[in-house]
Design a protein around this ligand. Structure first.
Ligand SMILES: Nc1ncnc2c1ncn2[C@@H]1O[C@H](COP(=O)(O)OP(=O)(O)OP(=O)(O)O)[C@@H](O)[C@H]1O
Ligand SMILES: [Mg+2]
Length: 344
């Protein structure tokens, strides 16, 4: 185990693979994923259902049962290799150094315990604080996430909260020990649209206030667009494209990203119609040869199926895993947009 170094990234993942042996074959849920994140940054992670988003970050948090999965690669958290850390070490890091929130707070909050007690429990588990101090920190954390009357709310049960308030309580629980990384997996999917925007804004504010790194996982590019500094587009367990938000939105390099952009309504994209991407995601047991997206790609050519394309840096940290040359992609993209605008 290496000790924390100066100048390291908050989170650096290299060539992560998570394979589940099953009766039908080996499910390659994550198959060669690399990315990094700094404090004060939000990494938006998007991709269709089954593309390995949740498994990637459950693995980062050490929550994948090792007896059910073959895990390889490197996960450096604050400079420390944690891919092979002990269960005890990972428990210590989770909650204290890495906070997490999920889609449905009702499944993460215990229905029979007071919200304040549940948040205080995190403090008691990870620190030597007294019960009184833990209770005080729980109320303070509820106040920080914008909970009105936090002292009263702390004494209530989850069912007395609205969906948005429950998600705020989950964020309060995730951040009560001031971790340096917050992993939010579809944190707003179960909420209605106005509440979604409020929760995303809250996460963004807390990121600034506490200088934390945030991973924001979503099905939709539109959801993460306004609050992500970096964007990773995942396909079949690997990044298809990775870069700064504007690089990915305004100069997308992977045909899969083009498809995603066409399937979300965005004022800065010229196409307003929603166009779903044709075809289905591949089987993760028998991936198509070469580029996993090639069977669905309208620009596929013979070379695409020859070898799995590497994630290549086109300059200034904008990476993509499509072998077509950038000039040609610009032409293809222009043609496609022109055709869509003409109503083809
Ligand atoms: N224990 C397991 N055994 C076998 N396959 C698994 C196991 N856990 C997950 N998978 C498979 O791994 C793939 C990736 O799952 P994951 O939950 O990461 O997708 P996701 O991108 O988060 O999807 P969603 O958007 O629906 O949440 C899926 O095909 C899933 O069926
Ligand atoms: Mg998921």
């Amino acid at each position: 185990m290496s000790s924390p170094r100066e100048g390291h990234k908050l989170l650096e993942v290299r060539d992560l693979r998570v394979h589940f042996p099953t009766e039908d074959g080996v499910v390659k849920a994550v198959d060669g994923s690399s990315f990094a994140l700094d404090r004060g940054e939000t990494l938006g992670v998007v991709g269709e259902s089954g593309s390995g988003k949740s498994i990637t970050f459950l693995t980062v948090m050490g929550l994948i049962n090792r007896s059910s999965a073959r895990i390889s690669g490197s996960v450096l958290f604050e400079g420390e290799e944690i891919i092979d850390a002990s269960a005890a070490r990972l428990r210590d890091i989770r909650g204290k150094r890495i906070g997490m929130i999920f889609q449905d707070p009702m499944t993460s909050l215990h229905p029979m315990h007071r919200v304040g007690d549940q948040i205080a429990e995190v403090v008691l588990t990870h620190t030597g604080a007294s019960k009184k101090e833990a209770a005080r920190l729980a109320v303070e954390s509820l106040a920080e996430v914008g909970m009105p009357s936090p002292e009263t709310r702390a004494r209530q049960y989850p069912h007395e909260f609205s969906g948005g308030m429950r998600q705020r309580a989950m964020i309060a629980m995730a951040l009560v020990l001031k971790p340096s990384l917050l992993i939010a997996d579809e944190p707003t999917t179960a909420l209605d649209v106005t509440i979604q925007a409020q929760i995303l804004e809250l996460i963004d504010e807390l990121k600034e206030k506490f200088n934390i790194g945030v991973v924001l996982v979503s099905h939709s590019l539109a959801t993460i667009a306004d609050v992500s500094q970096d964007v990773m587009v995942m396909y079949a367990g690997r990044p298809a494209e990775l870069g700064a938000r504007d690089q990915v939105f305004q100069d997308a390099q992977h045909p899969y990203t083009w498809g995603l952009l066409e399937s979300v309504p965005r004022p800065d994209v010229r196409v307003e119609r929603l166009i779903p991407i044709d075809g289905q995601p591949p089987s993760l047991i028998t991936l198509p040869p070469g580029c996993a997206f090639s069977p669905r790609c309208r620009h596929v050519r013979p070379e695409c199926t020859a070898a799995v394309p590497e994630l290549r840096d086109r300059g200034s940290g904008h990476l993509d895993a499509c072998i077509i040359e950038p000039d040609e992609k610009t032409r293809l993209r222009e043609e496609r947009l022109a055709a869509l605008e003409a109503g083809a």
